[in-house]
Design a protein around this ligand. Structure first.
Ligand code: GLU
Length: 498
């Protein structure tokens, strides 16, 4: 019988959650939902020097916004609480002690000055220093000191770390669900620190202990963690947990828009696009853009992110969260990095914007305008904008009489026919009671027909007299929204000033 699927998102609260981290959370969530499993949120805050106030709340808010729901962990609770690593120190200490007792780890007392000196000595000989089976016998640790000396140092309060005693000659094989087999020889891995001198575990120890205790079945995380995976296998082995070790899936990198190199904050600044889900205030007072505040709809963001490194193998591009859950498999995740193309995100945004109802958008973005009118305005602009807040600025322009007229159009189109046609149209409007788009259009064509003027000769100029602009959305509907008095006033003004 196969175990119930349990996955986790395990961010470190070191600042705003990067969009790549959001993709990791999304893929974990999709797999959990697909397999009827559980999605955990664990906070990996053992590095006190990188802790940033507010980052944990930011993570929770971002996941909430996107509908990546957490079943267990931070904010929810569960049988393996606490889920914040800084509150689990005693647990890690216990396992570090177990490793020491079984001679699989050891105390090391070398100061950073001593290690630096060692490094320099190695470099002088043209090689690189590694704290490992090859060197540990010459360093200051519980393997070279007597038991009494070690005990005395610890009791005297001398700072120490606990290191993993990485075996000198062991083959490490690990099957990554995306990258297939990874082979590493233990001689290439150094004796990693498991417990730091401040009594906190390192990421490696805490991560492995927690994944085991929390019964995680799949570790889905960014490619940057792939080099750590063989060490993690050694740790599972040392702790006697190798047979129940989770499966690994390392996600492809997010690449620069041009595709060469890792996507950076700088690319975002240069391109003027966000790489964070929500706006974030930096400690220096500057603000980093967020997808949410820029006007991206959450459905567009999840759809866009799902496609950064995964594809369904069909032509379909639009996927609701439920459709993503149904279609998602780890097998369809690419090995190659995914180009971060913000234009694709904009395209998704336009598609999802079109799917929103006029009423809903009117209520949300044009709340200060009469509802009936607001709904018409939304209808007019919905298909022409990328972001919903653009509807409000377009509405503002529409409801304001023009202060100038498109000069190029005036120069080429403001002729006798246009003048006569528009003047006649204006007069006819005075008597039009049912001021709706169809009737307005009917009035216009009837008047032009009487004067034997072709519609095409006048239309653009008519738009300029009413809006000042040479192009824009449906003019008849625009006039309906402006209302009869306003349209006549604008026409009058144009006829006298032009
Ligand atoms: N705390 C690590 C991070 O911030 C988690 C890596 C992992 O998922 O194992 O990315």
């Amino acid at each position: 019988m196969s175990q119930p699927t349990r996955v986790r998102f395990a961010p470190s609260p070191t600042g705003a959650l990067h969009i790549g981290g959001v993709r990791t959370a999304l893929y974990n969530y999709l797999l959990a939902k697909k397999l009827g499993g559980t999605m955990l949120l664990r906070i990996e805050d053992t590095d006190q020097t990188r802790f940033v106030e507010g980052a944990e709340n930011y993570i929770i808010e971002a996941l909430n916004w996107l509908g990546i729901t957490i079943d267990e962990g931070i904010g929810v609770g569960g049988p393996h609480a606490p889920y914040r690593q800084s509150e689990r120190k005693d647990i890690y200490k216990k396992y570090a002690q177990q490793l020491i007792d079984e001679d699989k780890a050891y105390y090391a007392f070398d100061t950073s000055e001593e290690l630096d000196a060692m490094r320099q000595a190695f470099e002088a000989q043209g090689s690189a220093f590694q704290y490992s089976a090859a060197t540990r016998t010459r360093l200051k640790n519980s393997l070279t000191l007597s038991a009494e000396e070690t005990k005395a140092k610890i009791e005297a309060g001398e700072p120490y770390v606990i290191r993993l005693k990485v075996p000198a000659k062991e083959e490490i094989r690990l099957k990554d669900l995306i990258r297939d087999w990874v082979h590493v020889h233990s001689s290439t891995i150094d004796d990693k620190v498991l417990m730091k001198s401040d009594g906190m575990p390192t990421y490696h120890l805490a991560n492995v202990v927690d994944d085991h205790l929390m019964e995680i079945t799949h570790v889905i995380r960014g490619e940057e963690w792939l080099p750590s995976a063989p060490l993690h296998v050694l740790l599972y082995r040392a702790l006697g947990w190798e047979s129940t070790m989770p499966q690994f899936a390392h996600l492809p990198l997010l690449l620069k828009p041009e595709g060469n190199g890792k996507l950076s904050k700088r690319d975002a600044d240069l391109g003027g696009f966000p790489v964070f889900p929500l706006e974030w205030k930096n400690p220096d007072g500057s603000t980093a853009k967020g997808f949410r505040e820029e006007g991206y709809l959450k459905e567009a963001v999840t759809n866009f992110l799902a496609f950064l490194g995964w594809n369904p193998g069909t032509e379909q591009e639009m996927f609701s969260m439920q459709e993503l859950v149904d279609a998602f498999t780890l097998e369809r995740i690419n090995k190659a990095g995914a180009k971060f193309d913000i234009n694709k995100a904009k395209w998704f945004n336009q598609q999802y914007l079109k799917l929103r109802s006029d009423e809903e958008l009117a209520r949300e973005y044009l709340s200060d305008i009469d509802v009936e009118k607001a709904v018409k305005i939304v209808h007019l602009f919905k298909e022409r904008v990328t972001f919903p807040q653009e509807i409000a600025s377009e509405a503002k322009a529409l409801l304001q009489a023009p202060s100038s007229y498109d000069e190029a159009v005036v120069a080429s189109k403001w002729n006798d026919d246009a003048k006569r046609g528009i003047a006649a149209f204006k007069e006819a409007l005075v008597g039009l009671d049912n001021f709706v788009a169809d009737e307005i259009k009917h009035t216009l064509s009837a008047e032009l027909e009487k004067l034997s003027i072709k519609m095409g000769k006048v239309m653009q100029m008519l738009r300029v007299t009413i809006t000042g602009l040479g192009a824009g959305p449906d003019l008849m509907l625009s006039m309906e929204i402006m209302g009869k008095e306003e349209v006549i006033a604008r026409l009058e003004k144009a006829l006298t000033t032009l």
